[in-house]
Design a protein around this ligand. Structure first.
Ligand code: APR
Ligand code: PHB
Length: 392
């Protein structure tokens, strides 16, 4: 039997950041992760950080490598068939700066900080289970090498991603879920080649494509693909040819190709579970919500959840007030739904849907024309794309 104040299930970015922020608040926690940390640290995910995320990471002492290696990102380009590039000028409209910095690097930074301060973390934990979450002394049990351990705690943070056990511990008559599955995924590659100058979203009749970046010598590219796509059918040459076919000619010519160092397919899904609290269990990050990657909001949402949750726990331990704990779910969900709407809208605007007809295509085209011609529409998009502020 062990004891901590907050048992954190999941050692991804949400769980590790929460452990870090609670530590700064003087609150003790243990992270319980199902995989080996080597596995967690290798996962490749999106990589665009809102200004609020960048500031928060700096404030908690995690800005050093980010400021050294991250690429300032002041707007994203959209191309539409062969039309000239259109810039979502986030800096002009909001005065705020985003940053391209991979989630893989953030997870590494968080894990390094965790290890450096001697934070407790159990890896390769199986059969993780939550107990007595509606009582004032919940606990978590897990097994390592067949031996069970129980962690007695005050609160449980469910940071265990979409496939985790925490959300499933909330009774079906309490939990409401909202979902949209998309009839396509993203086939992505990483390559050690210099990226295009800007992050570029390409709308094209062959399907959506995205040119992104991780460093001056590391590029990330994606193409929309059917859900039943087989990676083996996509050798690098085929990927590069299809990618280039979806960009206007002059941009396609600027794409530097090379061998891929990673290739994978991600499905697209919108999902929200409400409420994000059940008794002493609080969900954060992908455990509670998924956004399609269009707009790169996933990690930023995990960060805002963790910000609200650490603040609520800090207020509880320092001042005995439960107000923020009670408001956590509603507060976090307001921001979640903002990002859900934006990523759904961008996905709808930029992808080819197998069931769309001529009417849908005309409306989409008009939506884009309106955006290009209206400063108001551009300002509204920029404001959401750069990230809505955290609520006081
Ligand atoms: N017990 C313990 N850990 C678990 C369990 C379980 N039953 N199930 C899953 N986990 C672990 C996973 O192995 C993973 O390391 O929880 C972690 C959850 O991490 P993420 O899936 O990265 O989710 P989160 O930390 O919320 O980060 C959100 O990840 O998917 C992206 O776009 C998303 O950028 C966003 C970020
Ligand atoms: C990425 O770099 O992986 C990325 C960038 C922008 C997006 C989504 C993903 O909208």
């Amino acid at each position: 039997m062990e004891r901590t104040q907050v048992a954190i299930i999941g050692g991804g970015p949400a769980g590790l950041l929460l452990a870090h922020m609670l530590h700064l608040d003087g609150i003790d926690s243990i992270v319980i992760e199902r995989q080996s940390m080597a596995h967690v640290l290798e996962r490749i995910r999106a990589g665009v950080l809102e200004e609020g995320t960048v500031k928060l990471l700096r404030n908690v002492g995690l800005g050093e490598r980010l400021d050294r290696e991250g690429l300032a990102h002041d707007g994203t380009v959209i191309t539409w068939q062969d039309r000239p590039p259109f810039l979502i000028d986030t800096y002009k409209f909001t005065g705020r700066r985003m940053m391209a910095y991979g989630q893989t690097a953030i997870t590494q930074d968080l894990f390094a900080a965790h290890t450096a301060r001697g934070g407790r973390l159990v890896e390769a934990a199986s059969n993780v289970r939550l107990h007595d979450v509606t009582s004032s002394s919940p606990s978590v049990t897990y097994e390592v090498h067949g031996e069970e351990t129980r962690i007695q705690c005050d609160f449980i943070a469910g940071c265990d991603g979409f496939h985790g056990v925490s959300r499933q511990s909330i009774p079906a008559d309490v939990l409401r879920t909202f979902e949209r599955a998309y009839p396509f995924g993203w086939l992505g590659i990483m390559s050690e080649t210099p990226p295009l100058e800007d992050i570029v979203y390409a709308q094209h009749e062959r399907g959506f494509a995205l040119a992104s970046q991780r460093s001056p010598i590391l590029s990330r590219y994606y193409i929309q693909c059917p859900n039943d796509t087989n990676l083996a059918d996509w050798p690098d040459e085929r990927f590069w040819a299809e990618l280039k076919a979806r960009f206007p000619r002059d941009l396609a010519d600027k794409i530097v190709t090379g061998p891929s160092i990673e290739k994978s397919i991600a499905p697209l899904r919108s999902f929200v579970a409400e409420p994000m609290r059940y008794g002493r269990l609080f969900l954060a990050g992908d455990a509670a919500h998924i956004v399609p990657p269009t707009g790169a909001k996933g990690l930023n949402l995990a960060v805002s959840d963790v910000f609200y949750l650490h603040r609520a726990l800090d207020a509880y331990y320092k001042r005995g007030t439960e107000k923020h704990l009670e408001q956590y779910s509603a507060t976090a969900l307001r921001r979640v739904w903002g990002a859900e709407r934006l990523s759904w809208w961008l996905t709808k605007l930029l992808h080819v849907f197998p069931d769309h007809d001529g009417f849908d295509n005309k409306v989409n085209q008009n939506e884009f024309d309106y955006l290009c011609g209206s400063q108001h529409a551009q300002a509204a998009l920029a404001e959401q794309y750069v990230g809505l502020p955290f609520e006081p």
